[in-house]
Design a binder for this molecule. Structure first.
Ligand code: HEM
Length: 163
């Protein structure tokens, strides 16, 4: 896919890309917000996953917890996507050949698909198990996959600088 590589080289050398990469404070500032965004995104998905595994808040209705957390999860994802795209723009050609970055993007897609399947299957009949500390196998599987995938995204993100 040389076209994608040429696009990444073009993006990295735009005034926008070089402004971020050559600034003394802009990239670290954006990366700090990127790391802060993990609290919102992975923190809120983590709380729901631990409830689905019956490890915390056993008396908390799953639908209530989901309703209260989901806006913060999406806010966190918006923060990660925006700050990640800014950092990507400043070093796109470098990221294109970075295996850790590619693995991280794959895990983000898989984590998203897992959440979508959960919403369309187990969570659709949450009324049947909402009050019970015990949750269906499908919900437990989704929770385990989510926890492992997001920890993997964070580890791959950290690994980028060492690849
Ligand atoms: C959605 C969840 C995401 C999580 C949990 C996440 C997590 C991380 C972590 C932990 C780091 C390392 C920070 C450090 O070493 O100081 C990082 C760096 C980075 N992330 Fe993300 N990230 C996410 C999404 C994205 C997205 C969507 C993009 C691109 C579109 C992206 C692009 C980057 C880049 C370019 C770096 C900087 C690598 C470097 O140090 O040069 N991230 N991310």
């Amino acid at each position: 896919m040389p076209e994608l590589y040429h696009f990444c080289r073009w993006l990295q050398h735009t005034a926008f890309g070089t402004e971020i990469s050559e600034s003394l404070w802009l990239f670290p500032f954006v990366e700090t917000i990127h790391i802060w965004g993990i609290i919102l995104l992975v923190g809120t998905t983590g709380v729901l996953d631990l409830r689905l595994l019956g490890l915390i808040l056993p008396n908390q209705r799953v639908s209530d917890l989901h309703h209260r957390l989901i806006r913060w999860t999406w806010t966190g994802f918006a923060v990660m996507f925006t700050t990640g795209s800014l950092m990507f723009a400043s070093e796109a050609a470098k990221m294109y050949v970075n295996g850790a970055f590619r693995f991280k993007m794959l895990l983000i897609v898989l984590a998203g698909l897992n959440a979508l399947v959960f919403e369309l299957t187990a969570f659709r009949n949450v009324a049947n198990w909402d009050d019970s500390p015990k949750t269906p196998v499908g919900a437990k599987f989704a929770a385990c996959f989510s926890l492992i995938a997001w920890v993997g995204v964070i580890a791959a993100g950290r690994w980028i600088a060492y690849w």
